[in-house]
Design a protein. Structure first.
Length: 224
């Protein structure tokens, strides 16, 4: 009886999964998998032989797992880890360089363009041209009811812009001042026309245009 009970234990001790797979105990995981596939190809469709190979493969994996849990690392695992540390990381594919955008020159405003113009009474032709031109338009506005205020304002703005350009030397600045004076004058005129006394001989359009003409005249004479 004792001899019969000892036979299974000896058979179990004789079972070596590494020997059945035909690999060494320190074989790498890739070698274990390759050996398993090779043994399965050798036995063909024999279910008993295939089950033994699968059992040997599972036994190897379980033993490796126990070794890792117990802190024992096989030589193959150490060498694989060393190879991973020694091998450089895979190079990332170089991304195509983005095209450089052309650098646009940002215009800078000089201090001369930003400063407020000096106020001073014009002289010579710069005095007489706006006095004669815009003064005549004022007279037409006040004493000629049939004259179109819009046309008179346009002509006065042109005279003021020309005189300001002669005094300031910058056309865009002169145009800006001309339209600014015209706009302010029309706003003031609109406020005055709202409270216009009906008994006055002036129409609302004449009253609204009068401050604009006066401001254009003053601007042409004083801004420089």
């Amino acid at each position: 009886m004792n001899q019969g009970s000892d036979q299974p234990s000896r058979a179990a001790d004789a079972f070596d999964p590494y020997e059945r797979l035909g690999i060494a105990a320190d074989a790498s995981f890739d070698a274990v998998q390759a050996a398993k596939l090779a043994r399965l190809d050798e036995v063909g469709d024999d279910p008993l032989a295939r089950s033994r190979i699968e059992a040997a493969y599972d036994a190897v994996l379980m033993e490796r797992l126990k070794e890792r849990q117990q802190g024992r690392v096989s030589f193959a695992a150490r060498s694989a880890s060393q190879r991973e540390q020694a091998s450089p990381p895979p190079a990332r594919p170089a991304l195509p360089a983005l095209p450089q955008l052309p650098q646009l020159a940002v215009p800078r405003l000089s201090g001369a363009a930003l400063r407020m113009p000096n106020l001073g009474l014009a002289s010579g032709t710069e005095l007489w041209i706006p006095l004669a031109g815009i003064g005549s338009l004022l007279a037409l506005l006040l004493f000629t009811p049939s004259a179109a205020p819009e046309l008179l304002l346009a002509l006065a703005t042109g005279v003021a812009v020309i005189n300001l350009q002669r005094r300031l030397g910058r056309l865009l600045v002169a145009v800006g001042w001309g339209f600014a004076l015209l706009s302010i004058g029309l706003v003031i005129g609109g406020l005055l026309a709202g409270g216009l006394d009906p008994s006055l001989p002036l129409s609302p359009l004449q009253v609204q245009s009068l401050p604009a003409l006066l401001l254009l005249l003053l601007g042409a004479l004083l801004i420089g």
